[in-house]
Design a protein around this ligand. Structure first.
Ligand code: PMT
Length: 208
């Protein structure tokens, strides 16, 4: 899902993530017998009832919730649309119009999946997403490397049939060994199925 970064007690900066992709992955992992924790910002859909759900609002809260549970996780999947920025010193009272516009100073939030990638144990598998409007493969490859991920799901965003809020997704899997697995546009639940199969393969080869 999204993050909500407060501007004042009634306003926030957010994004269009619905939670559909992340929750589809959680559901598929449960079907495969995993114990699943969903650390989620505000979303339009309901997380699977069999998962442990940790509700957060901001990227910093999401970061802290992830770090707390990280030591016991075998697989960490970053499908959330984490807010890259937060508002400096959000106002404690609702801001009034004053006829001269509003100026917000923004600070960078921590990069959660990069912190997970940097500190991962050899047994842990870390999967990120890359949400791109252009240069999909090049941008995703750069994120895969920079964030020390085992795999990244590169998906197109900003089109009707892929990305934020859509029922379907236009995605491919990029692996740390440089290989790319192409997929046609499909339902997010179908992509979650393919993703989990790939993750199981990677876990098995890690264990060998
Ligand atoms: O929720 P839906 O409506 O179903 O939409 C699904 C989706 C488009 C949100 C999903 O498929 C997706 O692409 N999620 C990742 C969105 C994103 O933030 O992408 P990014 O390219 O900006 O970030 C790259 C990776 O770093 C992601 O794994 C992201 O979760 C992670 N990140 C980014 C910023 C940050 N501060 N911390 C992070 O962990």
């Amino acid at each position: 899902g999204a993050n909500h970064e407060p501007i004042d007690p009634v306003r926030f900066i957010g994004n269009r993530s619905s939670g559909k992709m992340g929750y589809a992955i959680a559901y598929e992992a449960l079907l495969r017998g995993a114990t699943v924790t969903v650390i989620t910002g505000p979303a339009e859909v309901q997380p699977p009832v069999q998962s442990t759900v940790i509700q957060v609002q901001t990227a910093q809260e999401m970061h802290d919730a992830v770090m707390e549970r990280l030591p016991t996780a075998d697989v960490i999947i970053g499908a959330a649309a984490v807010s890259d920025y937060r508002v400096d010193n959000p106002a404690t009272q609702k801001q009034k119009r004053n006829g001269s516009g509003m100026h917000l100073d923004l600070t960078e939030n921590p990069d959660i999946i990069a912190a997970v990638g940097a500190g991962k144990k050899p047994s842990q598998l870390v999967v990120g997403f890359a949400a791109e409007t252009n240069d999909l493969i090049a941008n995703a490859q750069s994120k895969l490397k920079k964030k020390n991920l085992d795999m990244i799901v590169a998906n197109t965003v900003g089109t009707e049939n892929s990305g934020f809020g859509a029922e379907t997704t236009d995605a491919r899997f990029l692996l740390a060994d440089g290989s790319i697995e192409e997929h046609p546009i499909m339902k997010k639940s179908e992509l979650a199925e393919k993703l989990m199969t790939r993750i199981v393969d990677l876990l098995v080869s890690k264990a060998d």
